[in-house]
Design a protein around this ligand. Structure first.
Ligand code: UDP
Ligand code: MG
Length: 321
């Protein structure tokens, strides 16, 4: 449980990739929100926005520098040397926030698609209900295209079936307490899929519902190709089930081989056997099946090695008495 007697220092972490077009407006809206929260006495005056420039090719960093120059206490920035992708940029920002001594960090997109008015409730759940993680969940996906909505739904189903945990309709708009951030820092994997890692951390969590808007400026940095790659990243980062599926296919192949065998033996007795065909068919299915099962067994070990190499924490202690 977080032990905050004074007002919490909340960092707002925004990964930005070629967001120059809309960044000023984002800073204006979010800055206004933060100042209002400070005046209300919900967050400490040391709270701030941390922009993470993910190796942008436009003037994003110059803009962040300008904002910092105009109000150094409210706006800070981290510049990554190269474009490393949304998840890495976000992680970099969260770790910087942790290092700077924040009590909680709220991550959101730089395009104002996530309704900033949901932060009041997030902070309330953190300060009053002692939630260590508060997920921002989209109450509706009306503004998304039919394809994006349904492909997302399909992904959540597959992900769950693969045995991994995720929060449906939650992107990366969330609050994480210092304790949760410390737990996150224990995950040393390179292939980051935060939507899978964060739910696996545990702790007391809460949800805040909000309507997701349309992008204010610029265009989406997640075209279909990147979206599919991201979904595959998520599945392969959390599940070795695809490797196990090969074993299942092998078993099916052997069963077909056995059915063939029964048919072939039967055809010998009913006197309509074709010379050479039966032995060929049985061998193909049976050998295929044995090969696939063997691959599945190898896959089982590779899966174990893969999970070991991630060096994920075995557990995370919430409290001791
Ligand atoms: N982003 C990033 N690095 C990238 C791609 C995207 O930091 O390589 C940021 C981007 O600036 C935005 C957030 O990640 O703040 C989400 O991207 P976007 O809004 O384009 O995704 P969408 O909302 O369309 O899914
Ligand atoms: Mg967006």
């Amino acid at each position: 449980m977080s032990n905050i007697t004074t007002l919490p220092i909340v960092y707002f972490v925004l990964p930005c990739y070629n967001e120059a077009e809309g960044l000023r407006r984002t800073a204006f809206v979010l800055g206004g929100k933060i100042k209002a929260l400070m005046t209300k006495g919900d967050i400490s005056k040391e709270s701030r926005v941390l922009f993470v420039d993910d190796g942008s090719k436009d003037s994003t960093w110059t803009l962040i520098q300008q904002l910092h120059h105009e109000d150094g206490t409210l706006f800070g920035g981290v510049k990554l040397a190269h474009n490393r992708g949304h998840q890495n940029a976000l992680y970099a920002g969260l770790m910087q926030a942790l290092q700077d001594g924040c009590d909680a960090a709220i991550s959101m997109d730089a395009d104002l698609q996530d309704d900033v008015n949901a932060v009041d409730e997030m902070i309330e759940k953190f300060s009053q209900e002692h939630c260590e993680i508060v997920y921002g969940v989209r109450s509706s996906r009306e503004k998304d295209s039919w394809f994006k909505r349904n492909s997302a739904l399909f992904f959540y189903r597959v992900f769950e079936w693969m045995g991994a945990e995720t929060v449906a309709n939650h992107a990366d708009y969330r609050l994480m307490s210092r304790l949760a951030l410390e737990a996150l820092s224990e995950y040393h994997e390179v292939n980051l899929f935060l939507r899978g890692i964060v739910p696996s951390i545990g702790f007391k969590t809460g949800k805040v519902y909000y309507a997701r808007g349309v992008r204010e400026a610029g265009e989406s940095k997640y075209p279909l190709k990147k979206m599919v790659a991201f979904a595959l990243e998520g599945i392969t980062s959390f599940s070795t089930k695809p490797l196990k599926l090969v074993t299942g296919l092998g078993v099916i192949s052997i069963l077909i081989g056995l059915i063939m065998l029964v048919y072939v033996v039967g055809s010998v007795f009913t006197d309509h056997a074709v010379v050479g065909w039966g032995s060929m068919m049985c061998s193909i299915w049976l050998i295929g099946g044995f090969l696939m099962i063997s691959m599945g067994i190898v896959g089982e070990y590779i899966g174990k090695i893969y999970m070991e190499t991630k060096h994920r924490p075995r557990y995370c202690i919430e409290m001791t008495l």
